[in-house]
Write a protein that binds this ligand. Sequence first.
Ligand code: B12
Length: 210
Amino acid sequence: MNYETIRTAMAELDEDVLLGEMRRIAEGEGTAEEALEACQKGMDEVGRLFEDGEYFVGDLIFAGEIMTEAVESIRPRLAGTGGGSLGRMILATVKDDLHDIGKNIVRIILEAGGFDVLDLGTDVAPEAIVAAAKENGISVVGLSGVLTLSIESMKETVDAFRNAGMRDGVKIIVGGAPITEAACERIGADAWAKSPQKTLAICREWVMNG
Ligand code: B12
């Protein structure tokens, strides 16, 4: 399997080649994880081309659509037990951020790994996340965001849990392009991750070991 073809097709927005290669993965060639990584690298290239003025917002939207389709197409190969046996958790893109491709990929992996994911969508206000956690008795929360500004929205969300007297009862994991160890500390989250696989491992550990 040549993952470079996937990366290039994603970067060049070549839908036919991208989906054709993903079909081969879906049928059992290569590994789904490496295909996902190649898509991600292609998407980074899309971001760079946008910064350089070669791509426009319409291209970003199209890139989002084909990446989502590509990942959906290999869902059955993203290993796991499924079935929601690890219980319910929340996933949301934070306030003022409309990006949801990364969140949706993380959701696919968490679901494949056994979580029942309550996806609150994008641009979700801190109070709405706290209310949903309270209403559903949820103890694991994943916050996604790719704008630099989202770091502040994540911090506000963690603070909202604290102000509601619920901070000790929830584990919060944050992720998205601008998230680093330093950002995680500033936000006051319990963990952060770049890869969806690592996200699943951390959340599973929380559920298994209380
Ligand atoms: C596609 C895209 C869009 C699409 C989004 C479509 C959609 N449905 O999501 C559209 C066109 C709508 C869009 C809009 C805008 N965008 Co935009 N967009 C991108 C782009 C090219 C890709 C983002 C993406 O999906 N990456 C792929 C996913 C899979 O990666 P990811 O999100 O990082 O997720 C992975 C990990 O981070 C992690 N992860 C994700 N979530 C979580 C959650 C948890 C809990 C964990 C643990 C892990 C985790 O796992 C994921 C899978 O590996 C980026 C550039 C880039 N390369 O990142 C710019 C980018 C994010 N956008 C940018 C900008 C400026 C905008 C706009 C302001 C543009 C404009 N002028 O209108 C608007 C903002 C709208 C808003 N308020 O949010 C800037 C942000 C700059 C900044 N630092 O703040 C970027 C970086 C482009 C750039 N270089 O300038 N965008």
